[in-house]
Write a protein of this length. Sequence first.
Length: 365
Amino acid sequence: MITTVLLDLDDTLLGNPTQQFIERYFAALNGHLNETLHEPMMRAVRAVMERGDPALTNSERFFETLLPALPVSRAEFEESVTAFYRDVFPALREVTTLRPVARRLVDGLLARGYTVVVATNPFFPREAVEQRLAWAGVPVDEVPFALVTHLENMHFTKDHPEYYEETLARIGAAPSEAVMVGDDWYFDIVSASRAGLHTYWLGVPGTEPDTSGTVHPSGCGTLDDFARLALDEGWLERQVPRPLEPRQIAPRLTGTLAALLGAVREQPGDDRAALLSRLVEREQTARERLQALARGESAPPAVGPVPVADAPDFTEAVARLIAERRTTIDWLATLDDAAWDENLLHAADALAADDRAIITKLQSS
C-alpha cells in the first residue's frame, strides 16, 4: 500500500527548462562571484554527484573539495553566496512557469493522509530549493512537507539509489510503500526503481529512453494525469509492493545508515557516542545472524539491549559504525544468487527496517 509520495521539483512541480535555467544560473553566479571560482565550484559539484558518503553531507563534501581552491576565506565565500541567493537568484523566476496543478495535487495528497516529500536533486542549498518551491506555489511555510531534500541535509544525490533509501529512512517509510514522481528518466525513474519504489514518469508513453527493457514505470503521463489518477481514480491504492531483490540490499543498508547517522548527530547531549557503540554491537550481532542463515543454520536469537563498551569520541564512533556496516555489505556481496533465499533476504532487509525504527524513535524523543 502506498503511503508516501515523492515529488520532483524542476519540470515536475515547477515548470523549469533545465538547460536554460542552469545556463542562466551559472551566468548569474559567475557574474556575482569571482570568475576564477567557476571551475573549482564545478569540481565540487561533480564530487558531490559522483560519490556519496554516510559520514559526510553533500554540503560537507562540497566544501571539502572546494576549500583548497578558494582564493578567499570560507566566511567571505559564504557571505557572497548568501547575498547571491538573496539579491540575484530571485530574478531567475522569470525562466520558470507556475503549474497550478502542483498545489492542488499536494493539498489533495495531504488531505487524503499521504506523506509528501519534495525529492529534488540535492546539489542546491536549502535557500535555492525553498525559493523555487515558492515559485511553484507550494511554499514551505504553507505546506507541511515531511521532508525537502537539499545540499545541507542529504548524503547522496539522485543518481544513486542510496538517495531514495536515505530520504525514506528519514521519514520512517519503506521503499515498498512509496512512489516517485518525476520527469528525469535516470534520476527519477531508474534510480528510484533500483531502490524498490514505484515510479510515475512525466513523459510520453513509448518514448522511454531505456532500451534494455529492465525498467518499467508504474505509470506515465503528465502531472495533471497523475493528479487525476491519484486524487480521483484511486491509482495509489491499487499499487502492490514491488518484490524485494538482493540488489536492493547494499544501497538500502548504506542509505538507511546515512539517515541514522544524521539523526544521531541531531541528538543533544553527550551520549551520542555511547549510542553509536551500542549500534556497533547490534551490527555485529546482525551480521552473525545473517551468516548463520547463509550457512543454512538456525539464526541465533535477535540481540536485546547490549552493554555499552568503552565509548570512543563521536567521530571515532561514527567511523566504527560505518566500518562495521561496510563489513556487512562486503560480506553480502560475496554471496551467489543461490544463497539468497527468502529468509536471508528478509533478514537483511530487517536490518534496514531496524535503522528506520531507531530514526523514528530518536526523532520523537
